[in-house]
Design a protein around this ligand. Structure first.
Ligand SMILES: [Zn+2]
Length: 279
């Protein structure tokens, strides 16, 4: 990495050594406190700065790199998050497994506010984001199964109340769905609606990283519930109530994540010439 624009700026570090991490977490600002021995790393990427400096520390004896998805002061709305820089920054620190907690709406009666869900399918309805590192040539990344089954299994083992399976549809935001959109999404059989799960999953796959979401259902989406539709204050309140539980699931998951070696999240690219670099 030395001498490349993708290198780490080690001038910020006290130790003079660039910390490395095996596991990445992209999540809300409320998750900072679970890192011990935390150290801040400024990572430059060819795609600009990540949402914030990456914090590298230890959780359950494992080295973890944390990026607050929306920035330190929640300055990046979903459509303006530097997704490519965030994933690139984690990969350049050595990360090969990414946990992605987020808040979502529920679309169907299988889920209710307060549920933690790790879906197994994704529908990408975003349209203003750059969803790929491929800028010339052609690499067609397999995404039939968008999420790492090993990580999903580990979430469920960490907390048996975590629901597994279902489809997450990602909308552009930042506005919530109209009632008609919400009814349409539910009628397709889709389970959850969020604003940040794409392009994160595809970018992680391009960088050969295992990636799986851990979604907290904060509300039933506009068309799925009676009443006024989604209220932003309710979403934040429910998220705050469940933060501790989410932290516990994440920490327990981190402590027992299996070796990513040989996982199809990475092995799809074995022997292939990719049309982009991996840091
Ligand atoms: Zn995997």
């Amino acid at each position: 990495m030395t001498g490349q624009t993708t290198g780490l700026d080690t001038t910020e570090l006290n130790t003079g050594q660039t910390p490395r991490a095996e596991i990445g977490v992209i999540g809300g600002t409320g998750l900072y406190e679970f890192l011990t021995d935390a150290e801040e790393v400024q990572v430059e990427t060819p795609y600009g700065d990540p949402s914030a400096p990456v914090t590298v520390g230890t959780v359950a004896g494992r080295s973890v790199a944390f990026v607050p998805r929306h920035g330190r002061s929640h300055q990046y709305p979903p459509h303006a998050i530097p997704y490519r820089a965030n994933l690139w920054a984690l990969r350049s620190l050595g990360v090969t497994q990414v946990l992605s907690p987020s808040a979502v709406g529920g679309l169907r009666p299988e889920v209710a506010p307060g549920d933690l869900v790790t879906p197994d399918q994704l529908v990408d309805r975003t349209w203003r984001r750059i969803p790929s590192y491929v800028e010339r040539g052609a690499t067609h990344v397999p995404l039939a199964d968008p999420y790492c089954a090993r990580i999903a299994k580990t979430y469920a083992a960490a907390d048996p109340s975590v629901k597994t399976g279902g489809t997450l549809i990602v909308i552009e935001g930042p506005r919530f769905s109209t009632r008609a959109e919400s009814i349409h999404h539910a009628a397709q059989g889709w389970t959850l609606v969020g604003m940040t799960g794409a392009p994160e999953a595809a970018l992680a796959r391009e960088l050969r990283m295992c990636y799986a979401p851990l979604c907290l259902v904060t509300d039933m989406d506009a068309g799925a519930a009676e009443g006024e539709g989604v209220d932003e204050d309710d979403v934040y309140a429910l998220f705050a109530e469940n933060l501790e539980r989410m932290r516990t699931v994440l920490a327990d998951t981190i402590g027992s994540l299996p070796d990513p070696a040989g996982c199809s999240c990475s092995s799809w690219a074995d022997g292939k010439q990719l049309a982009y670099d991996i840091p």
